[in-house]
Design a protein around this ligand. Sequence first.
Ligand code: APR
Ligand code: PHB
Length: 398
Amino acid sequence: MADPIKVGRTQVGIVGAGPAGLILAHLLHLEGIDSVVLEMRTRKYIEERVRAGVLEQGTVELLADMGVGDRLKREGLVHHGVEFRFNGQGHHIDFQALVGRSITIYAQQEVVKDLVAARLASGAPIVFEAADVTVHELTSKSPKIRYRKDGVEHELVCDFIAGCDGFHGVCRASIEKSLTMYERTYPFAWLGILAQAPPSSHELIYANHELGFALLSMRSPEISRLYIQCDPDEDIANWPDARIWEQLHLRFATRDGKWKLTEGPVIQKNIAEMRSFVADPMQYGRLFLAGDAAHIVPPTGAKGLNLAATDARVLARALANFYSSGNTDLMDRYSQICLRRCWKVQHFSWWMTSMLHRIPGESAFDRQRQLAELDYVTSSRAASTALAEHYTGLPFTI
Ligand code: APR
Ligand code: PHB
């Protein structure tokens, strides 16, 4: 006879312990709403996964308000602007002067570590290594999540399910037939390295060069994060460290020859594809999608984590309203509220991507138009204000 299924109960079942799932779980906890987080990976894996590292001011404020901002405040690097570099010249975009706002550099896996610690300190569960997660009866009042843990089958009966399981998760895949999907892939990718080298600039540098895009970012005063544009089907084996450094030197070089890139041992190397994706609506019955499960942006605008955080914020507010007063207005408008912001962020991320990369097959006309756009964005107060407003984060509205 088959082993019996172990049945559990919670108010909100959350699939995925990335930023979206963990922020949602903690916000719900602060509202007195219980949840169970199911994560297919180990704690070590999610706490070491190298991702982006730019937090909008609103995300920093959210994490601080949630009580998980202490280490971020101590270790995060506050930046008041960024540099755009093209035609061998740097142009500073001063966020503070233009919109009075800033961004903070703090790696996504550090945000994840802080959120996991807060969650476990609150005594609420994260089930790591939850295998074969599936979602059921989504249009009923008691949707269910089934999974296996240590060989035992579980069923979690919920009031609501939050699909925070990223782009390759099961939640969106289970409701795909009822969604409209919008997608765009880009004919280039990013080769990223982490290097044990002090950042060569105190600000991020986005460079548009004849050889392709390059980005200088950082993780700490000792660690640089650097990216170069490459072909999407590029084999990383073709990129020994020396070739990457050579390209970085060329792409960041200034006309006066004075700018210097500091090299150091490469401690991590990866190639990431570039994609824009939106699923509409972000809800089906009592299943709500949040973060990368619902949308993907190319990394040029540094928006993925920030967009995941705002989805979680809207969903937590909607659930809190429901549990405190039975009011479903925000739940009904969840998708509409999130998609309105998402499409603006999609536009910004696409715009940054098209302005900064070399587009394969572009005409000489297109190249000149792109350089004129960069010239305009870095010299017009109106244009750079729009960029600063987007980059530091649009206001949170519901
Ligand atoms: N069952 C359980 N967990 C799953 C499943 C599954 N079937 N599929 C995926 N997961 C987990 C992943 O292991 C991951 O930990 O869901 C989590 C999703 O987290 P993220 O991919 O980080 O997505 P999200 O929380 O939406 O955060 C968006 O992450 O992709 C980056 O750069 C992107 O910054 C953005 C942020
Ligand atoms: C990063 O630090 O990893 C980073 C910074 C800016 C981006 C994308 C990634 O636009």
